[in-house]
Design a protein around this ligand. Sequence first.
Ligand code: ADP
Ligand code: MG
Length: 377
Amino acid sequence: MGVAVQVEGLTKSFGSQNIWSDVTLTLPPGEISVLLGPSGTGKSVFLKSLVGLLKPERGSIVINDTDIVRTSEHRLYEIRKLFGVLFQDGALFGSMNLFDNIAFPLREHTKKSESEVKRIVLEKMDMVGLQGAEGKLPGEISGGMRKRAGLARALVLDPEIILFDEPDSGLDPVRVAYLNQLIVDLNAQIDATFLIVTHDIGTARTVPDNLGLLFRRNLVMFGPREQLLTSQEPVVRQFLNGRREGPIGMSEEKDVAQVEAEMAALEARGGDSHNGVGPKGASGGEAVPPQLEPSEGLPERQGARRRQERVARMLHEFDETTAEAIRRSLPEDLLARAGAGAYEPTTDASGRHWAAQPDAAASTATAVLPRRQEGHG
Ligand SMILES: Nc1ncnc2c1ncn2[C@@H]1O[C@H](COP(=O)(O)OP(=O)(O)O)[C@@H](O)[C@H]1O
Ligand SMILES: [Mg+2]
């Protein structure tokens, strides 16, 4: 099972330029989370901080009880082995064929025999749908195949956390759909913790368990997908609907009067449902579409099961629209337990919806909800 990543009060600057401040979120183990945000808000900087390639000046990133912001180089090296990272362009070596590219981490970091290496490489290539392409050079294949090769390489050390930096960039909508299915299928097979940075609204709406948005040097929101998809927060709505009207400007932020005028005009045209234009996958439909499921023949996602239990405990923390959307995703037994008051309201007023880790011992950032007897009916 994947491990949790607990980020608390994280702040990163380059010189006098603050990138983001006080970012707090937990990636629950084995769940899929998506991080959205306008270009240049520091999403890639966040991913690089998680793997210890960049050092935030304040806050903590706790993985397996180690705060990697403050740990020794040696321990950081160990923790890094838990990660698989898919960089934006696949980051393949152009002069190496796919086999050697994918074998690279195994040859660098392990003492496995060449026959072991071959077995693992072929297995991962098979998992990502690249069987038979071992001899190809990165320049000879499509962008979609290069992403798959990058993903196979990210898988060879059996990571417990996988970070995807804009896996859909440069792909056509059909290839994005295939890649999204692959991501969900991989999650079902390996139960690792996934974090995907993307601009694709269709991906954000259908793939993750949890969804977050970075804007103006802050994490505006991070929580169960239903929370963002039903949110009335102007920035969240603007981003998810891919429209010009709203607080996000072409390069910088807009002033309040301008935003208000835009919103009034949008309202007069009938609001988002009649907006007409929008990014891929944003064209109307229900606010919370069904989540992608693993392909037939694959096991169900254990992360999705754990998540149901987790969000059932948090129901009372959301407004009615969000709570109702979450209820629709829950099985009968959990609904009955939540309905019977099996889950008490948390006393933590900070509203940290993202952190509830049901059975973990009282961890710092987590409001652990006490468990009453299991109710039925
Ligand atoms: N190593 C670095 N040194 C200085 N500034 C950087 C460095 N890496 C990123 N930045 C700056 O941080 C900001 C956020 O970058 P990035 O994380 O790439 O944005 P995003 O991935 O959200 O598009 C940008 O203004 C970028 O110029
Ligand atoms: Mg980036």
